[in-house]
Design a protein around this ligand. Structure first.
Ligand code: ATP
Ligand code: MG
Length: 436
């Protein structure tokens, strides 16, 4: 490589974001605010409290809590040694960290069920494509301390409520039960037997899965492997009485709540710790990465991570994918805020007065702006236009001395005289409301 070329390549590392990551820019951030606000409101209506856990954890947590036979742990984790040689991993999902945190902080000794929600970035080394990133965002829910099917139904209803409150249509909910370790042992045997006949055609990963975790075979995305699953034995035929009853109860409750679903016996979920109910929310409008939300029950996880035997369940919703669906359906996001008032000035003295006014207005909750760049009057007006200020007010020597000025409505140029006294905020507020 030529020196120049090498330098260009090096500079690219400085100026280009890593593959599979995204900048969420100011001009589109209102979409994120809408989704986050609605998800938060719905979660809190169900009694969930927010939990924030570290972006990185000890690698061992994910090996144990996500499971050594999963794609996430085997292929997708961002793992590195820190300066003391400890193995650290950027979290690929939110559940393991949340479980670690509730155990470590003794939250499971308080009133149960404990209901938590979180917003988190996740990191997975995957092949980037539309809807599949290396850094992405999720809103997640985790419930602890209830084994009742009522909780499964409530968690699915919660996810459904977020989707509905966002106005998203055409999402199908698919549910399944993958039983408990007891019924799964029989099922694993049957799966192994069935897939053994295709041993010479399975992909390398699936050959490994056949030995270590045969249920994961149903999850393989390769064309050949997935073509075998239609005749594979179904877990629902292997459920023990308790698991069957549990699943029936969940379905009954969803029916009563008016949550429509279909049973898809092929849903097994990519992560190791699930038991009983598992579910996915699917959109068919955003290409092959259609799962916008996925979750289920994980009765064995808390114990696996060193806590008492406390059942849990939850889900994670991919925010990038949800926003893609919303954009595709041309849904309304909460409109971007607009600058209420821009105060233009002429010289140092009037600019200081403008700054004082702006400060007062901000304290009252208005979005007010004045010049902080030393611009000419003309350039200030141009800027006020560019940022889309609703009103503009010019402060010259006269206005400053008489404490009276004119509010100019930028949309049509209408001017209204105002007095810059105690009542000014009230007046401005009324005039803004008039427009809306
Ligand atoms: P997929 O089958 O699409 O790989 P997954 O089973 O790996 O999904 P989960 O671990 O259940 O996904 O994560 C929950 C949700 O997070 C998914 O339903 C999806 O909306 C979102 N998600 C997962 N991986 C990505 C990614 N790489 N980029 C963007 N969103 C993702
Ligand atoms: Mg995946």
């Amino acid at each position: 490589m030529q020196k120049n070329e090498r330098n260009n390549k090096k500079m690219e590392l400085v100026t280009k974001k890593p593959r599979g990551t995204e900048d969420k820019l100011p001009k589109e951030i209102y979409k994120w605010h809408t989704v986050e606000k609605i998800a938060r409101n719905v979660a809190e209506a169900y009694g969930c409290k927010e939990i924030r856990t570290p972006t990185f954890e000890h690698t061992e947590l994910f090996q144990r809590g996500v499971g050594g036979t999963t794609d996430v742990v085997q292929k997708e984790m961002y793992t590195f040694n820190d300066k003391k040689g400890r193995s650290i991993t950027l979290k690929p999902e939110g559940t393991a960290g949340a479980v670690r945190a509730v155990i470590e902080n003794g939250l499971l000794n308080d009133a149960l069920p404990l209901k938590t929600y979180y917003f988190t970035r996740c990191f997975r080394y995957e092949a980037p494509q539309s809807g599949r990133l290396r850094e992405f965002n999720q809103v997640g829910i985790e419930y602890f301390g209830t084994a009742s099917p009522a909780a499964d139904a409530e968690v699915i209803a919660l996810a459904n409520d977020i989707i509905k409150s966002l106005g998203v249509k055409n999402i199908s909910i698919e549910i399944n039960s993958i039983g408990c370790p007891k019924c799964r042992a029989e099922y694993h045997k049957a799966l192994k037997e069935y897939y053994s006949q295709y041993k010479d055609q399975l992909c390398g990963t699936c050959l490994e899965r056949l030995d270590r975790n045969p249920m994961r075979l149903l999850d393989c995305k390769s064309e050949i492997c997935s073509s075998f699953k239609k005749d594979a034995p179904m877990i629902l035929d292997y459920l023990c009485d308790d698991c069957r009853e549990h699943f029936e109860n969940v379905k009954k409750r969803l029916d009563v709540l008016g949550v429509s679903y279909t049973v898809n016996p092929l849903i097994v979920r990519g992560l190791d710790y699930y038991t009983n109910t598992v579910f996915e929310f699917i959109s068919n409008e955003i290409g092959s990465q259609g799962a916008v939300c996925a979750g289920g029950r994980y009765n064995g996880l808390v114990e696996e991570i060193g806590g008492n035997s406390v059942p849990g369940l939850g889900f994670a919703m991919g925010l990038e994918r949800i926003i893609m669906v919303m954009e595709n359906q041309k849904l309304e996001f909460e409109p971007e805020k607009k600058c209420d008032l821009y105060i233009a000035s002429f010289d140092d003295e009037t600019s200081i007065y403008a700054m004082e006014l702006v400060q007062k207005l901000r304290e009252e909750g208005f979005w007010a702006e004045c010049d902080i760049s030393g611009r000419s009057f003309k350039a200030q007006m141009k800027y006020a236009n560019k940022i889309g200020a609703t009103y503009c007010m010019v402060i010259g020597g006269d206005e400053m001395n008489t404490k009276s000025a004119k509010l100019k409505r930028m949309s049509d140029g209408t001017e209204t005289p105002v007095t810059l006294d105690d009542k000014f905020c009230e007046k401005l507020n009324t005039m803004i409301l008039e427009i809306v």
